[in-house]
Ligand binder design. Structure first.
Ligand SMILES: Nc1nc2c(ncn2[C@@H]2O[C@H](COP(=O)(O)OP(=O)(O)OP(=O)(O)O)[C@@H](O)[C@H]2O)c(=O)[nH]1
Ligand SMILES: [Mg+2]
Length: 195
């Protein structure tokens, strides 16, 4: 096991806000559009492919999933923005994610995943806005970096920074496949844990 792995353990899966556990343990939300790689990122952080279910098909994660790390929860949220999902489902997930992000008392940080190859969407900006409004530490993760050539990385990161008005240190490059950015992300999450 690599030294920078977080000891992640799946704890629970919640389909309704009223089933959330008592807000006693600090939580870091992992969010991003459907298929961007949230579950893969959790597996990469935990050093296990089987921690969170991943899928080629968008819309795999439909519940709020809690993973216990040392002293905090990493919370895998359902992905947004997938067009082919029935409207009723979209609205249900939307309410779940919105309710969680706007009201969860134990939320202490947010990680927003963005595909390094895409221009951030309107919904990405909305999610960033909600996290900003909460005033919690924020990190944008430009993922699937293994899918672009080196030379394309700086302009892609600039596009992300400009769309969300971010500082350079608020965006890291990541790949669940090659491990790029994994130690940096684990370090950022650790910095949020109480000593
Ligand atoms: N090449 C590459 N593929 C990735 C990376 N991260 C995720 N993928 C692939 O992208 C697809 C979606 O990954 P998931 O981790 O299931 O995405 P998700 O954000 O959890 O998706 P939902 O649960 O549907 O919201 C899978 O086929 C993954 O193997 C990455 O860093 N590099
Ligand atoms: Mg998922």
């Amino acid at each position: 096991m690599a030294r920078d792995n977080l000891a992640l353990v799946f704890e629970s899966s919640i389909g309704r806000l009223r089933d959330l556990p008592p807000p006693e343990i600090p939580e870091v939300a992992i969010l991003g559009r459907s298929n961007v790689g949230k579950s893969s990122l959790l597996n990469a952080l935990g050093g296990s492919r089987r921690l969170a279910r991943t899928s080629r098909e968008p819309g795999r994660t439909r519940t709020i999933n809690f993973y216990r790390a040392d002293g905090l929860y990493l919370v895998d949220l359902p992905g947004y923005g997938y067009a082919a999902v029935p409207l009723e489902m979209k609205e249900r997930w939307g309410r779940l994610v919105e309710g969680y992000l706007q009201k969860r008392e134990s939320l202490i940080g947010g990680v927003l995943l963005l595909d390094v190859r895409r221009v951030p969407s309107e919904l990405d900006r909305v999610m960033h806005g909600w996290l900003q409004a909460r005033g919690v530490p924020f990190l944008a993760v430009a993922t699937k970096s293994d899918k672009v050539k080196r030379g394309a990385v700086p302009p892609a990161l600039r596009t992300i920074r400009e769309a969300l008005l971010l500082l350079p240190e608020q965006v890291i490059l990541f790949s669940a496949k090659t491990g790029t950015g994994r130690a940096e992300l684990a370090g950022w999450i650790r910095s949020l844990m109480k000593p």
